[in-house]
Design a protein around this ligand. Structure first.
Ligand SMILES: [Zn+2]
Length: 416
C-alpha cells in the first residue's frame, strides 16, 4: 500500500464519458493522481487497508472544466468597464479571487480567454506554484483584435498577417497556453457589433499557422455568420459563442457552416450563460441554435463566459442548467464539461476523466447530476490535483426555469 493513498466511494462514480457510470464505485487517489477506479467490491487487495471516505447518496465525477472564463472580471454589473481602470496588481487580485470562486463550485480546470496585458500568466503560475488555490488554468493572454476592435483595451491589437504573426510570437514568449482571436465584434465594446467580421481569412490563417507551429491551439470569438465562416475556413480549434447573430441581434443559423464545423472537427463553446433565459425574455429573437448544433453533430463544450457582467464565476452550474433547458441531454452537457472539454483543450488523459494516471481532479455531489443537473449545486467534496479543498460559500441565483420551459414549449416545432 502506498503511504499517501486514499479511497473515495459513493453510490455512483461517473467517469466523464457517455455511459461510464459505476454503481457503488470507488476511486483511489495517490500522489496527486488517480491510481484506480472501479466498483467498490473489486477494490484491489493492496487498497483494502487504505484510509477511505464514503459519500452516501452521492455521485463522484471528474472535476469540472470551464472552457470560457474571464478571471479578470468579477461577474458584477459593469465589471468589464471597471477592469480597464484597475491597476495591474489590483487586476491580479481580482483574478486570484475569481480562480478561488471557480474552484469553490467544483471547477478544477479553467481556460481564461482574455485578460489585459497577459497578466493571467502570473495568476496561472501562482496557482501552479501553490501560492493560492484555484483550478488548473490555461491562459490565452490578451485577445488578438483589430485597432478599435472588440476588447481593444486589453492591448493586443494588430491589422495585418505579419503584425498578427508577431503578436502570436510575443504571446508565446510571454508564456500563454493558447491564442484567442476576436473574429467578430462583441456585445460589450463600444463601436463594435457582434455581427461584424473583424479579420480576413488570410489574417486568421496567419494566427492559426503561427500558433500551431508553436504547439498552441486557437480559440476564436465569433458571433456573426461571416466571422464564424472565416474562423472555420482558417482552421481554428474552438469557436466561442457561435451564436449566428445577424444585424438587429436576430439569430440566423447557417446549416452549411454548421456542417463544415462538424466535418472539420472544430469544438464549439456556445457560452450558454446562466442568465441566457432572462436575456431571451428580453429579446425573444435571441435564441442561440445550441440544440440545432448538437443535433447536427457539433462537439459542444461547456463555458459560462464566467466573470462577464451578471455572470459570477460561482454560477458555473447555472450555465450547465441553461444547456439542459435548451434541450441538450444531461450526460452530454456533463461530457462537454469534462472529457470532451479536455480533448478540446489538449488535456486528454490529464483532466476531465476518472481513469488511472489522470490528475486527481474530482468532485462529489449529492444525488445524480445525470438525471438532475442542478445536483452540481450541492457539492460535498472538491479535490484538485490530489489536494482536497474546502469550498468557500457561494450565493448564486438559479435560472428562470419557469419562463424557459414555457418558451421551449412554444418553440417546439418552430426550431429544428
Ligand atoms: Zn468571453
Amino acid at each position: 500500500m502506498r503511504q499517501d493513498a486514499h479511497v473515495y466511494t459513493a453510490d455512483a462514480v461517473w467517469r466523464g464519458m457517455p455511459g461510464s457510470t459505476i454503481v457503488d464505485g470507488a476511486v483511489v487517489v495517490s500522489e496527486g493522481e488517480i491510481a484506480w477506479v472501479g466498483a467498490a467490491v473489486d477494490l484491489p487487495a493492496e487498497y483494502t487497508a487504505t484510509p477511505a471516505r464514503h459519500f452516501p447518496g452521492a455521485t463522484i465525477l471528474p472535476g469540472l472544466i470551464e472552457s470560457h472564463a474571464h478571471l479578470s472580471y468579477d461577474g458584477r454589473d459593469g465589471t468589464k468597464a471597471r477592469s480597464f481602470a484597475r491597476s495591474a496588481p489590483n487586476l491580479v487580485a481580482v483574478m486570484i479571487a475569481s480562480a478561488r470562486e471557480l474552484l469553490s463550485v467544483g471547477v478544477t480546470t479553467a481556460r481564461d480567454l482574455g485578460a489585459r496585458d497577459n497578466l493571467s500568466i502570473e495568476v496561472r503560475d501562482a496557482v501552479e506554484e501553490g501560492l493560492v488555490r484555484g483550478p488548473r488554468i490555461l491562459v490565452a493572454g490578451a485577445q488578438l483584435t483589430t485597432t478599435g476592435g472588440h476588447t481593444w483595451q486589453n492591448h493586443a491589437r494588430a491589422d495585418s498577417p505579419d503584425e498578427l504573426r508577431k503578436l502570436v510570437r510575443s504571446h508565446h514568449k510571454d508564456g500563454v497556453d493558447l491564442i484567442k482571436v476576436n473574429a467578430t465584434g462583441g456585445f460589450m465594446t463600444a463601436k463594435s457589433a457582434p455581427w461584424f467580421a473583424q479579420f480576413s481569412v488570410e489574417e486568421i490563417s496567419a494566427i492559426v499557422e503561427e500558433a500551431h507551429r508553436l504547439g498552441k491551439k486557437v480559440a476564436a470569438h465569433a458571433h456573426g455568420v461571416e466571422g464564424i465562416q472565416r474562423a472555420v475556413a482558417a482552421g481554428v480549434d474552438t469557436i466561442e459563442h457561435c451564436t449566428f447573430i445577424a444585424d438587429g441581434a436576430v439569430v440566423a443559423p447557417d446549416l452549411a457552416v454548421i456542417d463544415e464545423i462538424v466535418a472539420r472537427g472544430i469544438f464549439v463553446c456556445a457560452t450558454t450563460t446562466w442568465n441566457l433565459p432572462a436575456m431571451m425574455r428580453h429579446n425573444p429573437d435571441f435564441r442561440p441554435p445550441v440544440k440545432l448544433m448538437y443535433e447536427r453533430g457539433v462537439k459542444l463544450i461547456a463555458g459560462n463566459d464566467s466573470g462577464i457582467d451578471g455572470v459570477p464565476h460561482g454560477n458555473f452550474a447555472g450555465g450547465l442548467e441553461t444547456s439542459v433547458l435548451l434541450g441538450i441531454p444531461e450526460e452530454q452537457v456533463l461530457v462537454g464539461a469534462t472529457s470532451r472539454a479536455a480533448a478540446a483543450l489538449g488535456l486528454e488523459g490529464v483532466a476531465g476523466e476518472l481513469a488511472a494516471g489522470a490528475s486527481a481532479d474530482l468532485i462529489a455531489v449529492s444525488g445524480d447530476p445525470l438525471t438532475d443537473i442542478s445536483a452540481l449545486r450541492d457539492l460535498r467534496f472538491v479535490m484538485a490535483r490530489g489536494s482536497a479543498f474546502i469550498p468557500d460559500p457561494v450565493d448564486v441565483a438559479a435560472p428562470d426555469r419557469a419562463y424557459t420551459e414555457l418558451m421551449l414549449s412554444k418553440l417546439e416545432g418552430t426550431m429544428p
